[in-house]
Design a protein around this ligand. Structure first.
Ligand SMILES: [Zn+2]
Length: 490
């Protein structure tokens, strides 16, 4: 047994010095060098963020960004198309206003949580109660006073990505509890420094029934001090939005055809949509510009991969990973031949490795793919299933998938906030990340590998054996897996 394993390993090493392998490595090196040079990547990012700006799915700016992206690929000579998918509901904030009255009078800035219930233009007025952190005991302590009141919740200042996951988990638990209490609404103290407002989906997404908003941090702290000091204060809140039923939106899919295995696919993706308070530079314009540039450089150098590479700019990500979900449904017949799907979605912090999940041997292929950019490491690759970006539906269809494991850098404080604008992007690091993404994409498109799809039973084992089920609950996708509506059916 031991010997046969060694023989297989030896065969792998020998395969690694074969002629096709050398050609593949040469391609990686040329691509990496091109990505590190002067390219239009930064001017693309500037156009997308400054000229088009914030681009929530369903908005006119989002449609402009789709046309803009198509044009960038075509201008580079890369074949590109739009692919339709269905968004479950339209929700775009049009007005958010608040006023405190009673023991003190002031007008804090607020932002609706996406998919919040809306109000009439006259707004809603109700007493404010101190909801603490929103724990079971915090809410019990309020007794009957919670009925018909605005529940104000204290938060920690958000610093990094672990803090962000904690925020998501806490909001999910709190909104689940509050849904049963007949409150006027829930008001979160803004967690971003500098009183930045931001968007944060209501936990149940389009199924949410709560009135839910974020209040700028310092004003919410003042309001909490007043309430805790025994003052009687009321909040008037008006949240209006353009809402509507399901509608069609578009991903942009560009493609460079494989020479030897054109019917096998490697996907590299970033989401084109953003929220609209800022201009979606860290989340996720910088990685959109990187994906476009990678296609452009590959085409410019005349590099043809063995397998077909699809450069995917997803839409509807922020509102429930809808674009990538649409893709796996649209391409269901091809998923057995999808070798790997990667997502880049954590701003411009250093790409320190990847989260990966999928077939046995995936980590080893990843190591080989990273070899040409060893000098930009070291890399820490973690065999962990990740929910929260566009690898999700590939993962739940059993396709091997990667998520760029980037250092938090300035991602957390600016996450979905007004401050997520062009100048927040670390341009130098974005180039280095582009070089790493180039090597990985090229590697998976050219290396000898076998990464079969996981079955539903195997995926269920991962859910049971890791925190995947907990993550799915937190992002509101567990139910759809359990009912068979979303994810691999067998
Ligand atoms: Zn994102």
């Amino acid at each position: 047994m031991r010997w046969s394993v060694r023989l297989v390993a030896l065969a792998v090493v020998l395969a690694g010095v074969g002629g096709s392998q050398l050609a593949a490595d040469d391609g990686a090196e040329r691509l990496v060098a091109a990505m590190l040079g002067e390219t239009p990547m930064i001017s693309d990012l500037r156009e997308l963020t400054d000229s088009i700006g914030g681009r929530p799915t369903g908005s006119a700016a989002n449609q402009r960004s789709v046309e803009w992206a198509l044009e960038r690929f075509r201008e580079a000579g890369v074949e590109a198309r739009t692919e339709n998918f269905e968004m479950p509901a339209l929700w775009l904030e049009t007005r958010a206003a608040a006023r405190v009255s009673g023991a003190a009078t002031f007008s804090p800035r607020v932002a609706a949580k996406p998919f919040s219930r809306t109000t009439e233009s006259a707004g809603v007025q109700a007493p404010v109660v101190d909801g603490g952190r929103g724990s079971e005991s915090d809410l019990e302590r309020l007794g009957d006073r919670i009925q018909g009141a605005f529940v104000l919740l204290e938060t920690d200042e958000l610093e990094d990505i672990p803090g962000l996951f904690a925020e998501y988990a806490n909001d999910a638990a709190v909104e689940n509890r509050l849904a049963q209490h007949g409150v006027a609404g829930v008001i979160y103290q803004g967690s971003r420094p500098g009183n930045q407002l931001y968007r944060h989906n209501a936990f149940r997404g389009p199924k949410n029934t709560l009135l839910a908003a974020v209040m700028e941090r310092d004003a919410a702290a003042r309001l909490l001090r007043l309430v805790r000091g025994g003052a009687e204060v009321e909040l008037w809140l008006a949240l209006e939005a353009q809402t509507g039923p399901a509608y069609e939106a578009h991903n942009v899919i560009a493609e460079i055809k494989g020479s030897a295995e054109p019917e096998e696919f490697v996907v590299i993706g970033a989401h084109l949509d953003s929220w609209g308070l800022g201009t979606g530079a860290l989340d996720n314009g910088c990685n959109v510009a990187m994906v476009i540039d990678l296609a452009r450089q590959m085409q410019r150098l005349g590099l043809t991969p063995r397998r077909t590479i699809r450069f995917a700019l997803w839409n509807g990500e922020e509102q429930g990973l809808n674009g990538s979900w649409g893709y796996v449904r649209h391409h269901a017949e091809e998923l057995d031949r999808h070798v790997m799907a990667s997502s880049y979605d954590i701003g411009s912090g250093r790409l320190a490795g990847f989260f990966y999940s999928g077939a046995p041997g995936l980590g080893e292929v990843l190591d080989r793919a990273l070899a040409p950019v060893g000098g930009l490491g070291p890399y820490v690759n973690l065999d962990l299933p990740i929910v929260g970006t566009d690898n999700y539906d590939f993962m739940m269809e059993g396709v091997s998938n990667l998520v760029g494991n980037q250092e938090s850098a300035n991602y957390g404080p600016n996450y979905h906030a007004r401050s997520d604008t062009f100048e927040r992007v670390d341009q130098r690091q974005l180039r280095l990340n582009g070089a790493i993404a180039a090597a990985v994409t090229w590697g998976f498109a050219n290396l000898d590998l076998e990464l079969p799809r996981a079955t539903r039973a195997q995926l269920q084992e991962v859910i049971d054996g890791t925190d995947l089920g907990q993550q799915m609950w937190m992002f509101g996708t567990l139910e759809d897996w359990e009912t068979g509506r979303r994810g691999r059916s067998q």
